[in-house]
Design a protein around this ligand. Structure first.
Ligand code: ADP
Length: 485
């Protein structure tokens, strides 16, 4: 029973398209996240660094200007700083060592005369330089504080505060631009990935369709896949495979139909002959004997065909495993002895030229099949009084690796084979002259067996017309030598 074609519904999340889109989505998302964070963080760091440099530079100038042998006073500080003319900061505060504010430029919440409890001031009074900057509510807020030191003594602290909206605006613009670019990149990349995955899955679908059609027996189906990529290669391989399947299928069908036909013909004859005997009431014993002999001949023919079919099937399914060195000369001599009665009937003579030492790694039976079939054909398709020449010799191979070859050549002076039939001569059931083959007891399988057997042992068979008449068959095998592996 033919198996039901499998056709399952694939869940959406299993499809190649979903998997590709999902992977692309993750990559795009990661890229967008990176694009929207890394440059911003780097820019912020750069701004913080520049703020730190500038505030510390100013704090340094102020502390070194204020430091001196005299303790600081509010008036002294004010006078010095007015002279110094500090610009670019939003608040400048100077405190005494105990945190009392001597000077403060802030208009709102001026701390002059009070104690500064700011963390930066307290830390600076402890002898450390401090800087802190933050980006909040679309502005940079930076604070720096430094101790005023004179010969290791802390005379006070300087506190600077800067509020910057300009750079923050620049950063804001950068962020917005990056966001816009990300959205565009995202849209384009998604569009591309959808188009690409759609094209890919469509092409895979074409291949899948091809495979399904072939599975359902449509061996003539071919896939067309332009593009020159891996999928095109896959399609080419698929077409090649399907072509082979088609050929094998055709050969198999032809073989089955030819075999049934070949078996039907003798069976029909047997039926006809037996009916004739049964139906004729007064058949003389001589005629009845003739009819029964004919029935026997047809039965023998059936036996020959089935035996040869079995030989071919055995070769297809179980190649010989136990190979031994076989002396081809002995095999040829035995075949000649077996064929002598047939040859004598049609006055055909044998002339043999056999070299010693032509050994082949095979089985005795297989080599006998080859020699017997070729020599039998040379007798069967010969003329009365014709000749069969068999030669056996060694030939040097074309390459070092190929080694020596054993050549068995069977020539005859017979009817010959037309040039057009030569390429088909090894096909199963192919016969040039059906009537002659039948009359000679042929089955049309002998040469197929010769070719398949020779191939199984690494050999080849060639056929050509012989000048001036007849046919020449040549079989070659790798020569087996004692030291051969
Ligand atoms: P068959 O049993 O008919 O001989 P083969 O396969 O041995 O089948 O041969 C196939 C056909 O090839 C034969 O029917 C015959 O027409 C042709 N043939 C084979 N050998 C020779 C030959 N030596 N001379 C002429 N024709 C030949």
């Amino acid at each position: 029973m033919a198996s039901q074609p499998r056709r399952w519904k694939m869940p959406v999340w299993h499809s190649l398209q979903t998997k590709f889109l999902f992977s692309y989505g993750i990559i795009i998302l990661a890229l967008v996240l990176f694009l929207n964070t890394y440059p911003i963080v780097i820019s912020q760091d750069m701004v913080f660094q520049s703020k730190k440099d500038s505030l510390w530079r100013q704090a340094d100038i102020i502390t070194s200007t204020l430091a001196g042998s005299e303790p600081l006073t509010a008036e002294g500080v004010e006078a010095t700083l007015t002279k110094l003319g500090v610009t670019g900061v939003d608040r400048l505060m100077v405190t005494a060592p105990d945190g009392l504010v001597f000077y403060d430029t802030s208009e709102v919440g001026n701390a002059r005369g009070t104690y500064a409890l700011l963390w930066e001031v307290v830390t600076a009074l402890g002898g450390e330089d401090v800087f802190r900057s933050e980006y909040r509510e679309k502005s940079f807020r930076s604070r720096a504080a430094a101790p005023i030191l004179y010969r290791g003594m802390t005379q006070g602290a300087v506190y600077l505060y800067e509020f910057d909206e300009e750079q923050a605006q620049l950063l804001q613009d950068l962020q917005e631009n990056l966001m816009r670019i990300s959205i565009i990149v995202c849209a384009v990349a998604l569009l591309f990935s959808v188009v690409l995955t759609k094209a890919l899955t469509r092409r895979v679908g074409v291949l899948l369709q091809g495979i399904r059609s072939v599975r359902e027996g449509e061996y003539s189906y071919r896939v067309s896949m332009p593009g020159g990529d891996e999928l095109s290669q896959l399609a080419e391989e698929f077409n090649e495979l399907t072509g082979r399947l088609q050929t094998t299928d055709e050969v198999r069908r032809r073989f089955v139909s030819d075999a049934s036909h070949e078996l039907k013909t003798p069976l029909a004859s047997i039926r006809l002959l037996s009916d004739s005997i049964l139906q004729s009431e007064h058949m003389d014993s001589e005629t009845a004997r003739e009819f029964v002999t004919d029935i026997g001949d047809e039965a023998e023919r059936l036996t020959r065909i089935t035996e040869k079919l079995l030989t071919l099937t055995r070769m297809d399914t179980a190649p010989p495993t136990h190979l031994v060195p076989v002396d081809v000369k002995a095999v040829v001599l035995r075949a000649k002895r077996m064929l002598l009665p047939l040859a004598q009937k049609s006055e055909v003579t044998f002339s043999l030229d056999l070299t010693d030492g032509c050994t082949v790694l095979a089985t005795e039976d297989d080599l006998s099949q080859i020699a017997f079939n070729l020599m039998e054909n040379a007798v069967k398709y010969n003329k009365t009084g014709g000749e069969v020449m068999v030669s056996l010799f060694l030939r040097r191979g074309h390459t070092q690796k190929e080694g020596d070859l054993v050549v068995l050549r069977v020539e005859d002076t017979g009817v010959g084979i037309p040039e057009a039939d030569l390429p088909k001569i090894f096909e199963r059931f192919y016969r040039v002259d059906k009537a002659r083959s039948r009359a000679a007891g042929g089955t049309g399988l002998g040469l197929s067996i010769v070719r398949d057997t020779a191939r199984q042992h690494g050999g080849t068979v060639e056929v050509r017309r012989r000048i001036p008449e007849g046919t020449c068959f040549e079989v070659t095998f790798p020569h087996w030598k004692e030291e051969s592996p």
